[in-house]
Design a protein around this ligand. Structure first.
Ligand SMILES: Nc1ncnc2c1ncn2[C@@H]1O[C@H](COP(=O)(O)OP(=O)(O)OP(=O)(O)O)[C@@H](O)[C@H]1O
Ligand SMILES: [Mg+2]
Length: 248
């Protein structure tokens, strides 16, 4: 089950891309687990789902609980994680919730990671929508990432930030198969200055998503991106990116 993670600076379209990727993979009859790793979760709404309980909520409870004798802690955590899992018709969704508080949650984080890894085995694809920045990668919700997409807007600063994120990811003790740059909200042809910057930063551009008025409209109305028509420009671009990078 390839694990696909989406990162990038704030507002670059991570959640939009993640949602459209889940939609694309679902149309391929693949089983998909969508993971909302942003504490300010909104992937559920974009996918037309509703998360009642995040893993963060469960973790708080776990720390307070006394475990019944004879029940392995990991079994109990796995059970609780299954409670947080929202099952959809064509994909499932789980939300990580807020990051840990001031105490040391290392042990429990490790167990959670193990359990998510185990849960992942049941799916053809795992798609993780991350919060802006890099901290999430060091917290690591899953052990390995097969494909890391770094989103950027069409600005030199955006590309430089994407490059910084890539370097940070390489500095962490994290296994990443392939890292690709995705340009979002592209209105015209990609300017030469941007192409130059991408080359200079040694980033691999996998595709560009056009600015799509329908995507904006759906966001405005709070409509699920899952309902976006198949001929939407943004959806077609995401499908093409997926075909070139993750689907065999
Ligand atoms: N290709 C596009 N065409 C039109 N609007 C877009 C496109 N991509 C994203 N948007 C809009 O830009 C805004 C930010 O997108 P999104 O929430 O996906 O970014 P994000 O990177 O997940 O943000 P955050 O860092 O807050 O999590 C949203 O209102 C979304 O509808
Ligand atoms: Mg987001």
């Amino acid at each position: 089950m390839p694990t696909i993670a989406i990162t990038g600076k704030g507002g670059t379209g991570k959640t939009t891309f993640a949602s459209l990727l889940v939609k694309h993979l679902s149309t391929k009859s693949a089983t998909v687990l969508a993971v909302d790793a942003d504490p300010n979760s909104n992937l559920d709404a974009r996918l037309g789902m509703h998360v009642e309980q995040t893993i963060g909520d469960l973790r708080e409870d776990l720390l307070k609980e006394h475990f019944p004798a004879g029940v392995a802690k990991s079994e109990l955590i796995e059970y609780q994680i299954r409670l947080a899992l929202v099952e959809g018709d064509t994909f499932d969704l789980i939300a990580m919730g807020r990051p840990e508080g001031p105490g040391c949650y290392c042990y429990i984080n490790n167990v959670l990671r193990d359990v998510l890894d185990r849960l992942s085995v049941n799916y053809d694809y795992v798609v993780i929508d991350n919060e802006a920045g890099m901290e999430h990668l060091s917290r690591r919700t899953t052990r390995d990432v097969d494909v890391l997409f770094i989103m950027s807007d069409v600005t030199v600063l955006g590309i430089v930030t994407a490059s910084r994120i890539k370097k940070l990811s390489e500095g962490l003790n994290l296994v990443v198969g392939k890292t690709y740059l995705v340009l979002n909200e592209v209105e015209n042809a990609i300017p030469e200055s941007i192409k130059d910057q991408i080359e200079q930063q040694e980033l691999e551009l996998i595709g560009a998503i056009p600015k799509d008025a329908l995507v904006g409209e759906y966001a405005l109305e709070g409509k699920s991106l899952f309902e976006l028509p198949g001929d939407s420009a943004a959806f077609k671009a995401v499908s093409a990116i997926a075909e070139h990078s993750i689907t065999p």
